[in-house]
Design a protein. Structure first.
Length: 402
């Protein structure tokens, strides 16, 4: 029977809300929302991708204007909503760009009188770059009138310093989106050594993004740079905890608490795996324990804790962790195997050499076979059942054959 188990690591996720096709190209969307020619401020403008359902949410400023940078070229539905979520206007299909040379897609929307959209410009420096997108763009951050470089009226409304500032912000956003896309493409291809330097560059440009630190940690973990991974996760964990405490250093990135909490739990789980690789068992146990306390789906964290405690010989702590893993996911077969193994270890032997295990041992081991009749521990489980003179239940094997 094997004395040690390999702790199962959770799957690595992307740092942004999903990958886009490799070599995607970007455009800028902008426009103005009016009602009978009266500007409509504080309305939500939503571009929903017709192919993958992802949404880009913008907001109109005081002039009714909105803008989004780094929008993947594709077909979208376009909607305008009020603060209560009521749809005031919608259009089924809007093409954001048709080729790499398209830069700007402009929509003039009048809630009562209809809308018109057009594309122009050229995507110098953007076409052909691998693509990714941030989760949301807010029109109030850089409004459309401030960055339309070809309209002299825009420049007349601001000083040269202000104009250069918003121009620099726009260029930074475009460059950041392109670099994020390249890093995502490398991660999706499991080219960790290529992703790592790009992710480091992103953390240097904006050290306050927990999701980028998480992606860096994921890449370092997969590249077997375990010590570096623990440090990257540590920075991401601190930032994510700050978001949940209401102390986010900025408004950029995935700072929705509903996304941050599972992201934080994932970082803690992966940090625990990295700690195990460098033989820092106590830190791994602490990371798994913390992950289990906050993960909406704590089965993986509890199982990792169960396996780690088992491997370090702490059976007293391992069994309760296994029970919690099973309670969170009754189909976690390996948790039954570890628990059954520990229960076998607590068996007593009488003078005739017969083993008497704790109550429920046979049921626990047979549950593993029910879930994994051909699993990697199936032979070990059958040997343990034979050792305690317990019958191996075959009903599940018979069902499988049918």
């Amino acid at each position: 029977m094997k004395k040690h188990l390999i702790v199962t690591m959770i799957a690595v996720a992307c740092m942004i809300a999903g990958a886009v096709p490799a070599w995607a190209q970007f455009a800028r969307v902008e426009g103005k929302v009016t009602d009978k020619d009266v500007p409509q401020p504080d309305l939500q403008v939503i571009y929903k991708n017709k192919n993958n359902g992802r949404q880009i949410k913008l907001k109109t400023n005081k002039k009714g204007e909105y803008m989004g940078i780094g929008v993947p070229i594709d077909k979208y539905s376009l909607s305008v909503l009020d603060a209560s979520g009521k749809v005031l206007w919608s259009q089924d299909t809007v093409s954001v760009g048709t080729a790499g040379e398209v830069d700007v897609n402009t929509c003039k929307i009048d809630i009562t009188n209809g809308a018109s959209c057009s594309s122009l410009g050229n995507a110098a420096g953007m076409g052909g770059a691998p693509g990714g997108q941030l989760s949301e763009f807010h029109g109030d951050n850089i409004n459309a009138a401030d960055v339309k470089q070809k309209q002299s009226s825009s420049q007349a409304n601001m000083s040269k310093e202000e104009y250069e500032k918003v121009k620099a912000q726009r260029e930074k956003a475009i460059n950041t989106n392109a670099l994020i896309g390249q890093a995502m493409t490398a991660m999706n291809a499991k080219q960790w050594d290529q992703a790592i330097p790009m992710l480091k560059q992103l953390t240097e440009a904006d050290p306050n993004r927990w999701d980028i630190w998480a992606a860096l940690g994921d890449s370092q973990l997969n590249a077997q740079q375990y010590e570096d991974a623990t440090q990257s996760y540590d920075k991401g964990i601190q930032l994510a905890e700050g978001v949940l405490a209401g102390n986010a250093p900025n408004k950029e990135g995935n700072n929705d608490p509903a996304k941050v909490k599972p992201g934080l739990a994932r970082m803690l789980n992966n940090q625990g795996a990295a700690f195990l690789k460098v033989k820092k068992n106590d830190q791994a146990i602490a990371a798994y324990t913390k992950a289990a306390s906050m993960d909406p789906n704590p089965a993986t964290a509890y199982y990792n804790l169960c396996a780690t405690q088992y491997n370090t010989g702490n059976s007293e702590a391992a069994i309760p962790a296994c029970d919690k893993a099973i309670a969170a996911d009754p189909n976690k077969a390996d948790a039954y195997f570890i628990k059954g193994s520990l229960m076998i270890g607590e068996s007593k032997m009488d003078k005739d050499g017969k083993l008497t295990p704790p109550a429920g041992t046979a049921e626990t081991l047979n549950k593993y076979l029910e879930l994994q009749p051909d699993g990697q521990h199936a032979k070990d489980v059958k040997d343990m059942l034979a050792a305690i003179g317990s019958k191996i239940q075959n009903s599940y094997n018979e069902k499988k054959k049918k």
